[in-house]
Design a protein around this ligand. Sequence first.
Ligand SMILES: [Zn+2]
Length: 481
Amino acid sequence: MNYEDVMNLAGRRGYFFRSAESYANTPAGFWDYGPLGVLFRNRYVDLWRRRLVKLDEMVEVDAALIMPREVFVASGHLASFSDPIVECSNCHSIYRADKVIEEKVKHIVPEGLKDSEYDSLLTENNIVCAKCKHPLTGAKRFNMMFRVGIGPLGEEAYLRPETCQGIFVDVPFLFKTQRIKLPKGFAQVGKSFRNEIAPRQGLIRLRELLQAEIEVLFNPERTDLPKFDVALDYQISVAQGDVEPSLIKVSEAIATGVVPNKLIGYYLYLVQSFYETLGIAKSAIRLRKLTELERAFYSKVAFDLEVRTSIGWLELVACNYRSDYDLRRHAEVSKTDFTVDDEGKKILPHIFELSMGVDRSLYALLENAYRSEGERTFLALKPSVAPVQVGVFPLMSKEGLPEEARKVYDSLKEEFEVLYDEGGSIGRRYARADEAGVPFCLTIDQETLREGTVTVRERDSKLQDKVRVQDLPEWLEARLR
Ligand SMILES: [Zn+2]
């Protein structure tokens, strides 16, 4: 199994594909989701809501995609949301400085180096243009925000590069209108936009991406609440550096200073257990603690939740203790009061963030579920995660079977995601359903007409069972939970 196999399956089945593919000059980094992809993404977002937002009693917001210049002055994006780039002195190809060095030296090069440090690395390692072998210019900065003009005068504004700024600027409004007690999680799922220099790998690096972000506002003097105790015995997979993770109880991680407090331990537990619920094994997950060089200057501690894939450890979630930086900056620049009440005291909350890349999470889930056994390819997605939950097939397209199958399909389609297929041999229909990750397929045959039962075939084991038509909703419900 490798990256190409998974992307081929995704393309063949219409999970996702390059946007505007018919046009030769369409820029890279924009992808469309097809019918299966939309169902799959909805399933992910639905589980995110259940397992994180609802479980932790967070509230959800949906902020505007375009925000004025001043927001990004405050957030620091205008000054520093940039990638270091180098240019070929001959053919003018542009490369990302850290990536071009990484390719040569074969280990992680931090994004936070100074331009002069990149220059030294480029010289030390004799790095030249990959296309024409001429020397590269020194590193310079490229701001990755998409600028837009508002109204006829083209007032300066930007498409948001991350969803969280929308939450931060809404804090005074949210605390005024809602009854909120700290600590509180604010969640948002929505598009963000980044003008990446050379996005290549499918859903891994996009210019338009879907994020699911959670910003937990808290009083830094109250991080030890009874509600966090549920996490203490849970084993998280921690790696200090680019090494294999080791399992450590949250309580122990706090005691040894790997995790600074109970609140952060609890949210690391929530996010890791979420990915385990989606079907990723503990051993394939690591919470990599970032070094000071890798962290933003305002960040007190940060972990990347990464998942093992055929292209290496892939970052799916940035878990970042952002201190009071964001709210302090928005208060300063907007000249608005961002303090909130906590047990009778006015405080400026600190923030712990869980920022999930939805698109790359979906890629990781597909790869994790990809199975190839001889002629057979299937996606062993957990029934609760599969985009389509049940297939309905008439054994033959005659003798009243399609009509009976339609009846079964109609009785299920409101409650479940159901695929109806009467094309080709039953074997071919199973094969198509397997590639779509459909966990259960129902065959309608003569026995259905005679005795009111259908044959249910389970995807991974291929085992078959008989279920009465009238029991189907309950039978499915029990297995999809
Ligand atoms: Zn060149």
